[in-house]
Design a protein around this ligand. Structure first.
Ligand code: UD1
Length: 420
């Protein structure tokens, strides 16, 4: 199995392009199930999760043509199976995103119920309750969600007790073809939800309020083909900027989305980085300094994203001072801490808060990636550690970071993919 070998101690410098956002691309690909016309999605990142979603759509009979730039042409008119099997769902929980579009467009869906995962139990009850409120009959049979509706779903007012990103996306897609008006209250405001809504609007959907916590959808009878380009990845962008900060370097991320980065940029500035932004680029210059520790508390957008939490634990580990990092979204998202302790970090986890004492001189060690974002923190720690770090189970990293060794390598990191 592939591993990443990183020799730490290089200051990162240079320019890197942000890839398309995985978490926007996945719902947008699922949304193509809502039209019978050919549709083209551009700026997809080259990642395992994207391949899994394309495989899932292909397994339903959808025509999928990918060109060398990862632009994908999809043709749903040939779909003859409305099922997401366990083999695919178990490798990618976001497969649940096909549930709303399938039941809304085809009147039926069988989607394997996603089980627990490394970062907690992650239920999908709010997705199911919302679809029921729209008139779907939902049963869980043999580990599968079996959803059916006679005729069209009906528009409904849906209040989420908890802000859920994929839950909002699933119901937004379902509502786009429902009969009548739906109002999603306490909806997720994440930029990826907005990108999905913009794609649906380009397909002919009638949606307002996306980007706020109340989204109104007036269902239409039919959606159309279009060409849509996925937004840049704010988490990948943030990870490159932390890499610059942690190695006292200077990195410019181009073709990115500046507006979705506010909470993260504010924390990087608080850590002592000089940050400059243009229309579609961000440059972070650490001017050779060690960062200052910062306190982080994760919450739904526009607050600090849980997907950047692990990266800031790594930053705090080598910073001046003590940083408290509180995780409020997922119950078990500190698995990177045990691996970082093996590299010499000084971190104590108390409930949902990690108290990170800075100033550690991290040392390279063999470590294991446990989930996607946790693995990013190991890469960052390795970049600044003395000596070699070998990261095992990097399939987690490949789920979310496109060409990680090429991209970090182009900034001066000593990083390579090795077989053992
Ligand atoms: C999405 C992102 C993930 C990110 C997360 C939070 C994708 C593909 N993944 O995951 O990268 O970390 O948002 O920003 O976009 N919950 C329920 N019931 C539900 C649904 C969620 O209780 O039906 C809870 C979850 O357990 C969690 C919280 O709500 O505690 C937020 O989860 P949610 O926003 O749904 O995360 P995902 O959409 O799975």
């Amino acid at each position: 199995m592939d591993k990443l070998l990183i020799t730490g101690g290089q200051s990162l410098n240079g320019v890197v392009r942000a890839s398309g956002a995985k978490n926007a691309a996945l719902p947008i690909l699922a949304a193509t199930l809502l039209t019978k016309q050919p549709i083209t999605i551009k700026n997809l990142p080259h990642l395992h999760d994207i391949t899994t979603m394309l495989e899932l759509l292909g397994s339903m009979g959808c025509g999928v043509v990918v060109d060398e730039k990862m632009n994908v042409q999809l043709d749903v008119s040939t779909v003859n199976r409305t099922e997401a099997p366990y083999e695919l769902v178990k490798t990618m929980r976001a497969s649940i995103l096909v549930l709303g579009p399938l039941v809304s467009h085809f009147g039926e869906a069988i989607v394997s119920l996603p089980g627990g995962c490394a970062i907690g139990s992650r239920p999908v009850d709010l997705h199911l309750r919302g679809l029921e409120a729209m008139g779907a009959d939902i049963q869980v049979v043999g580990g599968n969600i079996v959803a059916k509706v006679d005729g069209r779903l009906k528009g409904a007012r849906i209040f989420f007790d908890k802000v859920t990103v994929t839950g909002t996306e699933n119901l937004l897609m379902a509502a786009a073809l429902a009969d009548g008006r739906s109002v999603l209250e306490n909806a997720a405001r994440e930029p990826e939800v907005v990108d999905l809504a913009e794609c649906l609007i380009a397909m002919g959907a009638k949606i307002t309020g996306h980007g706020t916590d109340t989204i109104t959808i007036d269902g239409v009878e039919e959606l159309f083909g279009t060409e849509y380009s996925v937004m840049p990845d704010r988490i990948e962008t943030g990870t490159f900027l932390v890499a610059a900060a942690i190695t006292a370097g200077k990195v410019k991320v181009i073709d990115t989305d500046v507006h979705s980065m506010e909470a993260v940029l504010a924390k990087l500035e608080e850590a002592g980085a000089s940050v400059e932004v243009g229309e579609d680029w961000i440059e972070l210059d650490m001017q050779g300094r060690r960062p200052k520790a910062v306190n982080i508390s994760t919450a739904p957008y526009p607050a600090f994203p849980t997907d950047m939490q692990a990266q800031f634990v790594a930053l705090n580990a080598i910073a001046d001072g003590v940083g408290r990092v509180t995780e409020n979204i997922f119950e078990n998202r500190f698995m990177h801490v045990d691996e970082m302790l093996r590299m010499g970090a000084d971190i104590e986890v108390n409930g949902n808060t990690a108290i990170v004492k800075g100033g550690s001189a991290l040392k390279g060690a063999p470590v294991m990636a446990t989930d996607l974002r946790a693995s990013a923190s190991l890469v960052l720690s390795a970049l600044v550690a003395e000596g070699d770090t070998k990261i095992d189970r990097i399939y987690h990293i490949d789920r979310g970071y496109e060409c990680i060794e090429e991209k970090f390598g182009s900034l001066g990191a000593k990083i390579s993919r090795v077989l053992n």
